[in-house]
Design a protein around this ligand. Structure first.
Ligand SMILES: C[S@@+](CC[C@H](N)C(=O)[O-])C[C@H]1O[C@@H](n2cnc3c(N)ncnc32)[C@H](O)[C@@H]1O
Length: 247
């Protein structure tokens, strides 16, 4: 049973600087949902609007004001910055460990380039399909993506589960939506199963802590880093709640 602070923890701080202080090869996996720096079809849209303006649509607003977060890098600086933090994450994940990194259609090329520049071995892509996506002229934009990569050869001792390549899950709504871009807990529970039971997961962009809640629910350990104080507090509370209930 996971029940200690050592099993799951949130650090409130800047992710790159915090990662630089962590021990080499001290994690089994990187599972994270970084800022996409997306939204809109041109640089002005992406860099001049806040995350709330870009990602909270009128039909998805829960009625609560949710804190904003930094999400305004232009394309070149997003790619360079991503390759820098992904390089640091590679140092922290043991050889044979894996990475799962969320992105969307606009940033898929930049994010996959950055991952490979950082030295990760890109292995594939998982589709997260959101059935409630709004219709629009042309094609419905109803999927986000999870880049799958490894630190060298995947650990042969670990028998990974056979998981689907496409998930259909709705984004959290109402009181279950604790973050502007919260990910579905059920989807995250599938992703953390790529890590051996008891393994340690790093999420350097923890938001409201959904990866950590899923990790604990599945018997994995977790360290999250979150830069926005309000979200770090929400994540810490959710993890404490989960530690109280995890078996
Ligand atoms: C896409 S959200 C993660 C949401 C999360 N998956 C959830 O379900 O709640 C990314 C998070 O990364 C945080 N962030 C962005 N840049 C950061 C940085 N340089 N250091 C620390 N946190 C950062 C943001 O504040 C934001 O909460």
């Amino acid at each position: 049973m996971l029940q200690h602070d050592n099993d799951a923890r949130i650090i409130c701080g800047e992710s790159l600087g915090t990662m630089r202080g962590l021990a080499t090869a001290s994690f089994d996996a990187l599972i994270t949902d970084p800022p996409y720096c997306s939204g809109g079809t041109n640089t002005t849209d992406r860099t001049s609007r806040s995350a709330v303006q870009k990602y909270v649509s009128s039909d998805s607003a829960s009625g609560r004001a949710m804190p904003d977060f930094p999400d305004n890098r232009d394309q070149r600086s997003f790619t360079i910055w991503s390759s820098i933090w992904m390089t640091e994450a590679l140092r922290l994940v043991r050889p044979g460990g894996q990475a799962l990194v969320f992105t969307d259609w606009r940033q898929l090329p930049a994010a996959s380039d950055a991952l490979q520049v950082a030295g990760w071995r890109w292995r594939g892509i998982v589709v997260w399909r959101k059935p409630a996506a709004r219709p629009q002229p042309g094609f419905k934009n109803e999927s986000e993506y999870i880049l799958w990569a490894s630190n060298g050869q995947i650990d042969r001792d670990h028998q990974p589960p056979y998981l689907p390549g496409v998930y259909t899950q709705s984004s959290p709504k109402g009181k279950d939506r604790q973050h502007i871009t919260a990910k579905p807990p059920e989807l995250m529970r599938h992703l953390v199963r790529t890590v051996p039971v008891g393994g340690r997961i790093l999420d350097p962009f923890a938001g409201s802590g959904t990866t950590g809640v899923a990790a604990l629910a599945e018997g994995r350990r977790f360290l999250g880093i979150e830069g926005v104080d309000a979200y770090a507090k929400i994540a810490t509370q959710r993890i404490a709640d989960q530690l109280g209930t995890a078996e």
